[in-house]
Ligand binder design. Structure first.
Ligand code: GUN
Length: 280
């Protein structure tokens, strides 16, 4: 069994991004990312801080907009509208989830597609579906990048994704399909889940429940990718996969932390670089 080191893959991709940002800067083009956070969700604060740190590491200017919990949809739309027209800002990221009273769909739809570095806008999700895209969905793209780094073949493989969210499950299925995998998407209504997951050569868990994937659900020699970011009863960060139980059964596995997480942020930086190049 080999551990997929998301930090190592991330470092190599960030080096390339940093060089490209530097080249743009020398040609007079600075690159900027606006990061919006609404309210006080502690996990979101950690993610946003890591995104800002990632920007600093590769030379992207980040502009943080930390808004109070009681911000209205209209106020948020007004800010996004201003950032859509701000030439310093190549990318706009609005951290999800938003407080319940804010209309998330309207907010996502208001970000100019060319600045939508999360690739959540329907225009960009449509491009992803067709396979013709400039912005990659960050978490799925990070996973594909890790598989490629470790020379893990996707073409012709049985790929099973657990979870059908718009952020991870659905775009993950699309990218695996574009790479010629045979893709199955499972969810809470799937019957005989373990039977389906045991077919997987590549198993992606994006469920949001600690230790959801157990050894009996994994085929011998499978590649197991854990997208989960959960806290267990002791408050320790853990993924969706029972790592200790599963690790000896698989050929490759991503740890939590240090697997998918760092790659997601790296792909956000990569999308911001793309936005900056397109915005020259
Ligand atoms: N919340 C959880 N994951 C993400 C992400 O990739 N982007 C944003 N904006 N919010 C998130």
């Amino acid at each position: 069994m080999q551990i997929i080191d998301g930090k190592a893959v991330s470092a190599s991709v960030r080096e390339r991004i940093k060089n490209e940002i530097e080249i743009l800067k020398n040609a007079g083009k600075e690159t900027g990312l606006a990061v919006i956070i609404v309210g006080n969700d502690p996990a979101s604060k950690v993610y946003v801080n890591n995104k800002k740190k990632g920007c600093a590491e590769v030379g992207i200017n980040s502009y943080e907009y930390a808004l109070p919990e009681e911000t209205t949809t209209e106020e948020l739309l007004e800010l996004i509208n201003k950032l859509n027209g701000d030439s310093r800002v190549d990318g706009i990221l609005c951290q999800l989830p938003l407080p319940k009273h804010i209309d998330e769909k309207t907010v996502i739809n208001s970000i100019a597609p060319k600045k939508d570095v999360d690739a959540f806008h329907p225009v960009n999700t449509g491009h992803i579906m067709i396979g013709d895209y400039s912005f990659l969905p960050c978490t799925p793209a990070g996973i594909i990048e890790m598989l490629k780094f470790y020379n893990i073949e996707i073409s012709g493989k049985e790929c099973v994704v657990i979870g059908r969210s718009n952020i991870v499950g659905k775009p993950m299925a699309m990218l695996l399909l574009h790479n010629s995998g045979t893709v199955t998407v499972c969810h809470s209504k799937t019957v005989n889940l373990a039977e389906v997951t045991r077919r997987a050569d590549i198993l992606v868990a994006a469920v949001g429940k600690a230790n959801f994937v157990t050894a009996d659900m994994v085929k011998d020699g499978a590649v197991v990718i854990d997208v989960g970011m959960n806290r267990n009863a002791e408050g320790k960060l853990c993924g969706d996969v029972d790592f200790e139980g599963v690790k000896d059964k698989c050929s490759f596995i991503t740890p939590v932390p240090g697997g998918v997480g760092p790659m997601t942020i790296t792909m956000l930086l990569n999308n911001t670089l793309t936005a900056s190049k397109n915005n020259k």
